[in-house]
Each structure stands twice: as C-alpha cells, then as structure tokens.
Design a protein around this ligand. Structure first.
Ligand code: GRF
Length: 203
C-alpha cells in the first residue's frame, strides 16, 4: 500500500505513521507527505525522515475543486493508493471524498460521534465527560463523519486544562493511528452497513 499523508501543521501524527511504517515488515509505505500550508512544521520532519514532500497551497487555488484537483495530481505523481489525513485542516469536496472512498482515513481528537469539529478538548472539559480520546475513521463527506476503525480513550482529570488533556490524547493518537493503518493495510477491515468489522481482532 503506497500511502500519502496530508498535513497542515506540526505533523506529530504524520511522524508517528512514518516511524511505524519504517520497518520492512509494516504492510504499507509512506510515499509522500503533502501540506496545504508551505510553512507546516511537518514538512521538515518528513524531509528529515527521507520522505518526499509536496506543497499544494490552498491560497493558490480559486476554489475547492481546483485545490482538490491539484491534490489528486500530487497524489498520482507519487503513485499513492491510500490517503491518511493527519492534522489536515481543510474540508474536502464531495468529489474528492468519493474518489477516495474507503481509501482515505482521518484522525479526530475526540471519541466520535462526540465532539465533531474544533476545540474538542475544551468542549470535553466543559461537558464534564470522564473519558475523552481519539478516533481513526474512514472519511465520508461531512466533517468528522465516517465508519470508525479504532478509538483510544483517556481519563479526564479534575485538574485538566485543554492543553493537558490535549497532550494526553495526542499520546493515544500516536498509538492508534499506526494501528489503524496496519489493520487496513493488512486487509483486516471490512465495512458492513457503514460499520467497520475488524478480522482477527486479538488487539
Ligand atoms: C491533533 O490533535 C490531531 O488529532 C488533529 O490535529 C492535531 C495536531 O495533529 N487532527 P498533528 O500533531 O499535526 O499530527
């Protein structure tokens, strides 16, 4: 499986995927990292790891369809057949999402379907939930929608701030994203009635 990782920022999830995929035995290889922002810190991390990088600057495109077409061209140029969104902060067009149906996954810093959208850690604290976490899911059109592959939960502590909770969740993100990619790359996930069935679950 040749994977393209799309980022917008620091790329810590991208770095976790690159590290996990480094051993030959991992069933996928990271072919390219693409950022919509030229100044994304993750680009330097990818280059340091010897991974090809591309910038597709959304500001250089008149509309979403043009941006998504440029994304597709960059992905095709690197022979990508699977996409991982990792801290990618753009909404993709329905056409793009449909072209990559069941071949594109995302990580969201909440236990979906709770807390779709932004500022999830502050919202979790304000809601008084006792557990929070992260979700890796197949991307469907509609923000943070799609069949769930893996989730990781963390406790919310009384003294937590959005930052302390975010840090705890990020640690779980870096574990569940490589696991989810491995399960998909090993062909152990099936989507039945928009629900992911994982074969051979012994995890
Ligand atoms: C993380 O909370 C991730 O879940 C969200 O963006 C944040 C930063 O991710 N998508 P990264 O460090 O850029 O991977």
């Amino acid at each position: 499986l040749r994977v393209g990782i799309l980022i917008s920022g620091g790329g810590s999830n991208m770095a976790a995927l690159i590290a996990a995929a480094a051993p030959e035995v991992f069933p996928a290889e990271i072919a390219v990292v693409i950022s919509n922002r030229p100044d994304a810190g993750g680009l330097a991390k990818a280059e340091a790891a010897g991974i090809a990088t591309e910038v597709v600057d959304h500001k250089a495109h008149a509309d979403r369809a043009s941006f998504d077409a440029a994304l597709d061209a960059a992905l095709a140029a690197h022979g990508v057949d699977f996409v991982c969104l990792a801290g990618f902060m753009r909404l993709l067009t329905e056409g793009f999402v449909n072209r990559w149906r069941d071949r594109m996954i995302n990580i969201h810093p909440a236990l979906l379907p709770l807390f779709k959208g932004l500022h999830t850690h502050q919202r979790a604290i304000e809601a008084g939930v006792r557990f929070h976490g992260a979700t890796v899911h197949f991307v469907r059109f509609g923000m943070d929608e799609g069949p769930i592959i893996v989730q990781g939960a963390v406790p919310v502590l009384a003294a937590d701030t959005a930052d302390s909770l975010a840090a705890r969740v990020l640690g779980v993100e870096h574990q569940i994203y490589p696991l989810a990619l491995r399960l998909v790359a090993e062909g152990r996930t099936r989507i039945v009635d928009e629900t992911v069935v994982v074969d051979g679950t012994g995890e």
